[in-house]
Design a protein around this ligand. Structure first.
Ligand code: DUC
Ligand code: ZN
Ligand code: ZN
Ligand code: ZN
Length: 484
């Protein structure tokens, strides 16, 4: 059934204008003034509201086995939470278990995601390097529509890759037209610092933050940028949380490198005083990596979003219940790392960003939707209110208010790191695939309504860069492929 959204102001990343939006059959069929409602169309009155492209959260971990347990939100609760907060697409991580093929991991995640209520895609993690991985990466890109590969420089002894593996995989990504992602923390240094704090008797959640200072992030960010440059690949740095890491990215971009940075909503508004809370459950509930930072880092992240040196705001949604967090009682190294945020990302960012004048509403659309659609090569199918784009839309009421509380959330955990945050500016209707997915405080989308979104590889020009050309010129014209 067609739906006409009437009387609102359409906001895209590059402009806003008063316009009605007509959707039919899952796509946007018209955007313009005074559109007629076709026979049988449902009309949504949007006077006084903005009409935004649905949010895209490119960083979630739903039903992920991690640190001896499995994250509590699955593809059903996670995507329903997303829709209630204006997010209409998530990109999750296929994480191959030890010895599991990339292809088997992809199948496993496709199976879990059959429960999704909104559209979704995947990144593939590369956590070791051998010939099967090298070979399978091609199928992942060409057959499965995954153009992003994640690398962990932390989690020593589990997910961490070394520089040899990183250089090889980055080069392989470049050869396939894929984009490497990196979790940038120096896992060797973290490992030693963790041991140090345990040795001197710091066993509580504050030890998590002490053992992961901004320097471990800055070193790994700089290293990944340099290695990507030598391998001839672009680079996307996930959860950029500190001023030093942001500056490394800004420097690389100023030097002409295609490097992207993704702050999380948590790091933009919450800080490391949370770990000093005397309530163990409270502080452990905030344990994630990278940890919340000293407040002085936040101005740098906000400035980067406005200036364009940082492009995306994500959540790293990886929720654990109180009981799961208690696995780390007596040893902070065993607290499962992760926090929630899927339903709060857009309202909290609007309140802390747009209402304060730090971001324009167009910049808000850029960092919640359009930029990541472009970076992931799904724009303008996603990320735009435009004819032909998917009808993933949010009717956003800038005057609507709520106080964030775990008591009303759709996420399955018992607490919310944004508890008590006052939000003014909320989604009142979310459309997903041309249907009303959330309205009047109720989820209408059902488990299984979401579709898998395959993404094409990038053109070769996007992965060329100067240092790589210099390095390879004396030897050969063709790409330096490091095979296992
Ligand atoms: N950080 C987290 O806090 N959780 C999941 C993985 C990660 O890198
Ligand atoms: Zn299945
Ligand atoms: Zn990470
Ligand atoms: Zn993550």
């Amino acid at each position: 059934m067609p739906i006409l959204i009437r009387g609102g102001i359409v906001v895209n990343h590059d402009h806003s204008r008063p316009a009605d939006v007509l959707v039919d059959g899952g796509t946007i069929t018209a955007v313009g003034r005074k559109l007629d409602a076709p026979k049988g169309a449902e009309v949504i009155e949007a006077d006084g509201c903005f009409v935004l492209p649905g949010g895209i959260d490119p960083h979630t971990h739903l039903e992920m086995p991690f640190m001896g347990t499995t994250s509590a939100d699955d593809f059903e609760s996670g995507t329903k939470a997303a829709l209630s907060g204006g997010t209409t697409m998530v990109v999750d991580f296929c994480l191959p278990g030890s010895g599991q093929s990339l292809l088997a991991a992809y199948q496993e995640w496709r199976h879990k995601s059959e429960k999704a209520a909104c559209d979704y895609g995947f990144h593939m993690a590369v956590t070791w390097w051998d010939k099967p991985v090298f070979d399978e990466m091609e199928t992942v890109v060409k057959t499965y529509g995954i153009n992003t590969f994640k690398h962990f420089l932390a989690y020593k002894g589990a997910l961490m890759v070394n520089d040899d593996e990183l250089f090889a995989s980055f080069g392989r990504c470049a050869g396939l037209g894929a984009l490497p992602l990196v979790h940038a923390e120096n896992g060797d240094v973290v490992f030693r610092l963790q041991q140090h704090y345990i040795d001197i008797g710091v066993t509580g959640p504050e030890g998590h933050s002490y053992s992961r200072p901004p320097e471990v992030e800055a070193e790994a960010t700089n290293r990944a940028i340099m290695i990507a440059d030598m391998a001839g690949s672009q680079l996307y740095v996930v959860h950029t949380s500190s001023r030093e890491a942001h500056e490394a990215i800004a420097r690389a971009r100023a030097a002409g490198k295609r490097v992207y940075g993704e702050p999380l909503i948590q790091h933009l508004v919450l800080d490391d005083r949370e770990y000093q809370n005397k309530d163990w459950d409270y502080a452990a509930g905030r344990v994630m990596s990278p940890p919340f930072r000293d407040k002085s880092n936040q101005d740098s992240l906000w400035a980067g979003l406005a200036a364009g040196s940082l492009q995306v705001v994500a959540t790293d949604h990886c929720a654990f219940t109180v009981a799961q967090k208690r696995m780390g009682l007596g040893d902070f190294r065993k607290i499962p790392n992760g926090t929630g945020g899927l339903e709060d990302r857009m309202p909290v960012l609007w309140a802390a960003g747009v209402n304060t004048g730090r971001l324009t509403k167009e910049e808000f659309v850029a960092v919640t939707s359009a930029n990541i659609a472009r970076i992931l090569n799904v724009y303008p199918r996603k990320g735009a209110v435009a004819v032909g784009s998917d009808a993933d839309l949010v009717v956003w009421d800038p005057g609507a208010t709520k106080t964030v509380t775990a008591r009303k959330q759709l996420s399955r955990i018992e607490y919310n790191v944004f508890e008590g945050h006052e939000c003014r500016g909320l989604p009142i209707v979310t459309l997903s695939g041309g249907r009303i997915a959330w309205a009047e405080g109720q989820v209408r989308a059902e488990k299984g309504d979401g579709r898998y979104v395959a993404r094409d590889p990038f053109p070769a020009a996007a992965v060329a860069n100067a240092t790589w050309k210099e390095l390879t010129r004396p030897r050969a014209v063709q790409r330096l492929e490091v095979t296992p």
